[in-house]
Design a protein around this ligand. Structure first.
Ligand SMILES: O=P(O)(O)OC[C@H]1O[C@@H](O)[C@H](O)[C@@H](O)[C@@H]1O
Length: 247
């Protein structure tokens, strides 16, 4: 029998998607870089300062809803654009226009390269379910459902709170804890009995400020110290590290 390395009293597991369940954080980071670099080059000329897909992505974009990612990164460079409308065309220099441009790039990359679930994450989620714990996906991405289906793992989660659901219910995105709290409410389980699994600094902050029973940082890019500083109780490189073979 497989035992889970989780504190007693945890009855639900709330998983981020990109970078925790699926190998898609790198796809997002590459699309953000391509979009922002094209924008900055056009704005500032050939000596523009490129988007750093490590530091800029981790600090300002990773884990946040799309429009918040645009705003937060631009603010870090002292740039403010009008929000525009959610259906702005991708060539319009508004927050939504830039976000829509980036989304076209993400969808192209996903179509070409496909989506892969991390095998260790799939094993862990299956073990969680076998132990009778409840499961939810909590993602800022509006593409969450399509990515879950493409990776063949949609059936493993009872509840999905993603970018589409959060917008419909007017829930503030990560780093606010509201989307995780909403998933707990849908499962009828309070935050103290839920564990959060996240790879983004904004997600760590959400788990920490929501007072969840355990906040697990998943370090895919060598940022274990930063994950701890932003609220991780424990950091692993792969979720399979939390499986203890008890047989
Ligand atoms: O643009 P989407 O698919 O709605 O995703 C929003 C954000 O979703 C998060 O899961 C990713 O970490 C971010 O990189 C991404 O920007």
């Amino acid at each position: 029998m497989t035992k889970l390395c989780l504190p007693d009293g945890i009855r639900a597991c709330l998983f981020d998607l990109d970078g925790v369940l699926t190998r898609t954080a790198v796809v997002h980071a590459a699309a953000w870089k391509q979009m922002f670099d094209e924008y900055l080059r056009r704005r500032d000329g050939p000596s523009f300062r490129p988007f750093d897909s490590g530091r800029d992505y981790d600090e300002y974009v990773d884990g946040r809803p799309r429009a918040d990612g645009v705003r937060t990164f631009l603010a870090s460079r002292g740039i403010e654009l009008p929000d525009g409308e959610p259906d702005d065309p991708p060539d319009r220099d508004t927050v939504h226009g830039l976000g829509n441009r980036k989304n076209i790039l993400v969808l192209e990359k996903i179509r070409k390269e496909g989506v892969e679930a991390y095998p260790g994450s799939v094993r862990f989620v299956e073990a969680v379910r076998a132990e009778g714990l409840r499961t939810a996906v909590v993602s800022s991405s509006a593409n969450c459902r399509d990515v879950l289906i493409a990776a063949g793992i949609e059936h493993l989660f009872e509840v999905r709170i993603d970018g589409v659901v959060a917008a419909e219910r007017k829930l503030p995105g990560k780093p606010h804890p509201d989307t995780f709290l909403e998933a707990g409410r849908e499962l009828a389980i309070g935050p103290e009995a839920a564990a959060v699994f996240e790879d983004a600094l904004a997600g760590m902050e959400a788990g920490h400020s929501g007072h969840f029973g355990r906040v697990v940082g998943v370090d895919r890019v060598g940022q274990a110290d930063a994950l701890r500083a932003h609220g991780a109780d424990i950091v692993v490189k792969d979720l399979a590290e939390l499986l203890e073979d008890d047989s």
